[in-house]
Design a protein around this ligand. Sequence first.
Ligand code: ADP
Ligand code: ZN
Ligand code: ZN
Length: 733
Amino acid sequence: MAHLLPILVPTPAHSKIHLAGGMLSWLSEQALPPGTLVRVPLGKREVLGIVWDRSAEALDTPAVDADKLRPVTEALTALAPLTESWRQLVDFTARYYQRSAGEVALAALPPALRELSGEQLARRIKKTLRAGTRPSAADPPAQPLPTLTAEQAAALDTLAQRDASAPFLLFGATGSGKTEVYLRAVQTLLARDPQAQALVMVPEINLTPQLEARFVERFGGDAVVSMHSGMTHPQRLQSWLAAHGRLSNEGETANAITSPVRIVLGTRMAIFASLPRLRLIVVDEEHDPSYKQQEGARYSARDLAVYRGRLDNAQVILGSATPSLESWHHSRPADEGGRYIRLAMPSRVGAIARPDAPSGGLPQVRRVDMRHQPKGAVFSPPLLAAMQERIARGEQCLVFLNRRGYAPVLHCAECDWKSECPHCSAYRVFHKIDRTLRCHHCGYTERVPRACPSCGSPDIRPIGRGTEQIEEHLAELLAHVRRPDSSRAGTEAAATDGSPVRIARIDADTTRRKGELEAQLAQVHGGEVDVLVGTQMIAKGHDFRRITLVAVINPDTALFSSDFRAPERLFSLLMQVAGRAGRDSAAGASEVWVQTEQPTHPLYEALKRHDYPAFAAQQLLEREQAGLPPFSFQALVRAEARTQEGAQAFLNAASALGQDMASPLAVMLYPAVPMSVQRVANVERAQMLVESASRAALQRFLSQWQAKLHALRDAPEGQGILRWAVDVDPLAI
Ligand code: ADP
Ligand code: ZN
Ligand code: ZN
C-alpha cells in the first residue's frame, strides 16, 4: 500500500509552493519517518526533500488530487532521519522570520547533499566514519591544564550547578579567559555524558582557525569538526555527516543514532547543524552583528541558539566583553524580570598575578583632543611620540581605522567633481595600490583618471583617508625610527642601531587570497611587524601577545549616525580593539589612544573606565525613553525596484493593506523611506518600519500580513518590484 507523505522542498520565494510553507505530497511504498531525506520529482527537475511532520495547517489544505501524485524517486535511508527538535528549529525559524519551512530546511543542509544518490551517500558516510571522527570518550587531555583563576572557577561552578533552563551571559573582560571557560565547560560535559555534543560558535570565519587549534589541542582532532562558508562542499558535507552521526545496526541500539562527533565549531550557519545529542551551545562574542544572516531567512544565530537550547535541553552560554544591549537587558537581576544568568569575569588573567595592575590589567585609555593639535595632523604629536617609544623598546603598536582603501572620495578642486559611482548613490573609493576607483557596494571598478573626467583639470585629490593611506603616511613619519634587532630586543642600546620599522596592513584588500591572512597574522605573532594597521578584521578575538599600544585614529563619525545602534557598535568595537593591547602579563603597562574632537563625550568617558555597565545603563535609559529595542520589537520590509517611487508605492500599498490588522494589535506602521544607500547597482531601495511594544503582537501581525504582501506582488503596485523581504529584529535601520 502506498503512503502519502508530506515533504518539504526548496521553494523559490513567492511561488505558490512557498505560500504552502514549501510542503507538497508524494507517494511512497515505504512508510518513511519524518526527517528522512528523499529525492522527489518536481516539475521537470528532481530535487532533494525532507519528509516532514503533518502539521495542523497542512491538514486544512484542499484534498490532494490523487491522479497528480507522483512517487518519491529515492529515499536516502543510509542517513538517520533528522531529529524532531531539528525539525522544530526549522519550523520556528520559518515562522518567526517569515519564510517558508522548505526554504529554511533545505538551505540548512550542506549543498553537496543535493547532488548525491542514495548509493553515493552511503559510500560517503562509510568514508567519513573511517576517516576518524568517532567519540574519543573524553580522554584526559595530555598537556597540563592552566590553573583556573578564581573568576573562571566561580563561573564554572555556577554553570555546573545550574541546569539548562536559563541561558548564561558570560560577561568577561577581553583577556579574562572566556575561551578557557568554554573549553572546561565542554570538557565537563563530554566526561559526564559519553555521547553528548557541544556547539561552539564564533562570528567570523577568520576566527575559526585559532579556536580550532585550541580545541584540537585540548580534545584531539577526532573530536572536533568545523562548519563555515569558507569550506569546500565536500568538506562541509564531511563535517555535517560527522555531526549527524549514523544509524547503529548493532544489537539493542539498532536504528538509534550513534557516534556523532563531539564538538562542532562554526560560524552562524552552524546553528542549523544536525546535532542529535546537543547538550551545550556557546556563542562567543554574542554581540557581533555577523550572527545576523543578511539574505534569505534573515535569522539571528544568537537568538536561535537560545531557542535551540530550550528545544534540546542544552545549556547556552553567550559570551562577550560588551554584550548586546538585548542580552544585557535579559541578564538583569531575576527580581527585575531578567531571564538570563549573568556570570562576571571583570579581570584579565595576567592582572591577577599582578594585583597592583590598574583597572584589572586592562590598558589605560588616553584621549587626545584633536581640536588642540596641529591642523590636518593625522597622528597627533603625543601619539606619534608614544608609538616611537614602544617601537624602540621592541613592542608592537596597532593602528585601527575602519575604512579600507586609500581615500573614500576623489575630488576635483576646479569643478567640484567627485568620484561617484554611476550605478550607486555612493562614492567610489580610491585604491592607490592598483590605481583604481572601486565601488564598495556594486564592485564597479575603473582606472583612476589622470585628469578630472568632468572639466579636464589635473588637480584631482583624495579627500579623507583609509588604511592604505595611513600605512603610507606612517612609513614616512617613522622613517627615522629604528627597531631593536631581534637578538637584542628589549635592551636599551638596541634602539640606537637597529633596523627600519616594519609596518603591515591587514584588511579585506590584503587578505583576498587564501592563506594570506594566516601568513600575515603569523608575522605579527612572530614579532616581524612593529606596527599593524587594520580595519575591524584585526579588532576581534585575536590573541596578540606583543601589542602594547592601540591607536584609534578617527572614531567620531559614528557618534552622529542616524542609526540608534551606532553608539553600541562603536563602544563594543573600541572595547574589542582596546582588548588587543597588553594581553601578555609580562609586558609593561599598555595603552589605548583615542583621537577625538569630543573627548568628554559620555561614550569615551565610559570607555576610559572600561565601564560597560555604565555605558549600557545610559543607552538602555535612552532606548526606554524613546521606545526602542529592547523595549520594543521591530521588523523592516525592504523593497527593490527600478525607481524609488515604485519601491515606496509598493510599501505604502502594503501598509494600507495592513492598517486594519495593525491597529487592534497596537502595531505601528511607518511610512516608506529610501534606504541609507538608496541605489545600488542601478536598483532603487526603500524600506518601511513595523514596530510594537509586544513581540507576540508583532509576530501575529506579520503572519497575518504575509499573505497580503505576497498577493500584492500581482497587483499593479507590485509590477515594478524586483525583490522584497521582511527582516525581523533588523540590526540596521
Ligand atoms: P578572552 O576570550 O576572554 O579575551 P582568552 O580566553 O583569549 O580571553 O584568554 C586570554 C589569554 O589568557 C589566553 O592566552 C589564554 O591562554 C590565557 N589564559 C586563560 N585562562 C588562563 C589561566 N587560568 N591561567 C593562565 N592563562 C590563562
Ligand atoms: Zn573637474
Ligand atoms: Zn556602485
